[in-house]
Design a protein around this ligand. Structure first.
Ligand code: SF4
Length: 197
């Protein structure tokens, strides 16, 4: 499977040669597409943290989830410092997705590490501000040791939701209809964003 590079109109693009190298690296991590887009299209909303605070078992239990992550106000300020972002997308078929099993964790760790490795590649190409906002919560450890010191601080990154990003609204604004898995046998999508420059 090749990783597609999907471009949007009026978006400052990365050099095509760099995008090809990133796409090749992304392919090794199962990422299906890279889409450069304007961070102005990222929707940050106060209500997102309601979903974290009420209804998610990771609240106050992970370095990559609230309240350890930036407030919505701070997230808006940080995103406003960027003029280009990359959306990463991959598809997963895990019948036991809603169970917290090892296969799900292995799949998320692959996506997580792949996202951070693309961020690192951008940094080495001179995009020193590159920073990843990953999908789901950190799965690098079986159980996060929060509030004790993180075991893998170099790979620790906040999730999209922990940055108060309305992921579905943002995807819809980009013309993407997210496929929500309503049944355990349906495929689900992994999305991550790298803030580039
Ligand atoms: S690497 Fe481990 S300790 Fe650090 S945030 Fe992730 S799960 Fe928690």
């Amino acid at each position: 499977m090749e990783t597609k590079v999907v471009s949007f109109k009026n978006t400052a693009m990365l050099p095509p040669s760099l995008l090809s190298r990133l796409a090749e690296a992304a392919r090794h991590n199962g990422i299906e597409s890279l889409r450069p887009f304007s961070p102005e299209q990222i929707i940050v909303a106060e209500w997102v943290q309601l979903k974290c605070r009420y209804g998610c078992s990771n609240f106050n239990r992970s370095w990559c989830c609230p309240p350890a992550t930036p407030t919505p106000e701070k997230a808006r300020e940080i995103i406003a410092e960027y003029s280009l972002a990359l959306l990463l997308e991959s598809t997963h078929f895990l019948p036991n997705f809603y169970r917290d099993d090892g296969r799900k964790r292995a799949s998320l760790v692959r996506c997580w590490k792949g996202t951070v490795s693309l961020e690192r590649a951008l940094f080495l190409e001179g995009y020193h501000k590159a920073f990843s906002l990953v999908g789901e919560s950190c799965s690098l450890c079986k159980k996060c040791v929060y509030p004790r010191n993180c075991r893998f601080p170099r790979e620790k990154r906040p999730s999209l939701e922990s940055f108060s990003i309305d992921v579905i609204g943002t995807l819809q604004g980009l013309g993407i209809t997210p496929n929500l898995a309503a049944d355990v046998h349906e495929a689900f999508k992994y999305y991550a964003v790298i803030l580039v420059t």
